[in-house]
Design a protein around this ligand. Structure first.
Ligand code: GLY
Length: 357
């Protein structure tokens, strides 16, 4: 079964993709660990808690419920979870198992990063988006009223355990939202993965196990490679933000309620390839190929009424905008991207307008 090593100055660990690994999670908890805190949501626990708990019978553990939802991904939730851990006897030997989608991975990882100044976390992602992106790479954190993920830490996990079997119960819309992040991985670093997404859409949408497993594995391989080269996003890791610059603007403009993150990234990728094409970086054929592949997994919710000017204005407020300079990750060809800044605002507006059509 595929297993990829992430090696950063902070930690060396593996991310493993393996059907059924959920029932083997306890095997990966170090013998030296004290109390195990499973941070999860009620719905994930009702569906899969039994499988995860199997094998934990002789280990001291506690299940802590996070209410879920972007609106609850706040410092208050972190404080509540930390208080619950103290009340249940947590100490420096404790370990967190973050068991859920991207939000749980972010919050659980953040709690682990600051509890008693830092304890280990095992990431067990249960959505496609979390499996191919959020759970690997150590980004943890919460939202502020003024924006998403504005408080957080890099806290690399002890390991990441990915069980593709749990995707069977994932709502179709969330599954497709995760697929857009897979397409992103293909465009930035793997023409093989991109071709798989273009050519095997039918099997992927039918959740065919072999093809789903290979697309997850390829994303994890790419993520492990990129994070190992640049843990703190000083350089190479920025390529993972392909589609995110305009995608974040769309999420913010629509109050984080209309679009799932992956759907906003799909829109952002469309805008980015239009922009790359306007800048003569990407051929019209490859631009079309990305647009068509994204469309295969759509549609995303309606974009009616969204103003291109408003989206472009929001780019200035993005967390990744440094000293007023907006950076775009743009493809030069499928499988290779470059970070570009100082792009003429009229061209950006035109690309966003094309993506809105
Ligand atoms: N989700 C992008 C990253 O982990 O850097």
């Amino acid at each position: 079964m595929p297993s990829y090593v992430v090696e950063t100055p902070q930690q060396r660990y593996f991310a493993k993709v393996e059907r059924g690994i959920l029932s083997r999670v306890p095997y990966y908890v170090p013998d030296s660990a004290g109390r195990i805190f499973i941070i999860t949501t009620r719905d994930v626990w009702d569906l899969y808690g039994g499988r995860l708990r199997r094998g934990l019978t002789d280990r001291a553990h506690e299940v802590l419920f996070f209410p879920g939802g972007e609106q609850n991904k706040r410092l208050a939730a972190v404080e509540t979870l930390a208080e619950e851990m103290i009340a249940a006897g947590g100490d420096r030997s404790s370990i967190v198992v973050a068991f859920g989608g991207g939000i749980v991975n972010d919050v659980g990882g953040f709690v682990a990063s600051i509890f008693m100044r830092g304890i280990p976390v095992i990431q067990v992602p249960t959505t496609l988006l979390a499996q191919v992106d959020a759970a690997v790479g150590g980004k943890t954190g919460v939202n502020l009223a003024s924006g998403k993920n504005l408080v957080g830490r890099f806290h690399q996990p002890h390991c990441v355990l990915i069980d593709p079997d749990v995707l069977a119960s994932l709502p179709e819309r969330e599954y497709r939202a995760g697929i857009y992040e897979v397409i992103k991985c293909g465009v930035i670093r793997s023409s093989w993965l991109f071709n798989l997404m273009s050519e095997e859409a039918k099997s992927i949408l039918a959740h065919e196990p072999r093809v789903v497993e290979s697309m997850i594995a390829e994303c994890v391989r790419i993520k492990a490679e990129v994070v190992s080269a640049d843990e703190k996003e000083g350089d190479l890791r920025r390529i993972l933000n392909f589609g995110h610059t305009v995608g974040h603007a769309l999420e913010a403009e629509t109050g984080y309620t209309q679009f799932l993150h992956g759907e906003a990234v799909a829109f952002g990728m469309n805008a980015a390839v239009h922009l790359a094409n306007l800048l003569d970086m990407l051929s019209p054929d490859e631009c079309l190929s990305v647009l068509e592949t994204v469309r295969l997994y759509g549609p995303i919710p309606s974009l009616r009424g969204i103003s291109a000017d408003a989206l472009v204005a929001r780019l200035q407020q993005d967390k990744k905008t440094v000293k007023g300079r907006v950076h775009f990750v743009l493809p030069e060809k499928i499988g290779r991207v470059r970070v570009v800044s100082g792009v003429d605002e009229e061209l950006v507006l035109s690309a966003v307008q094309s993506a809105l059509k």
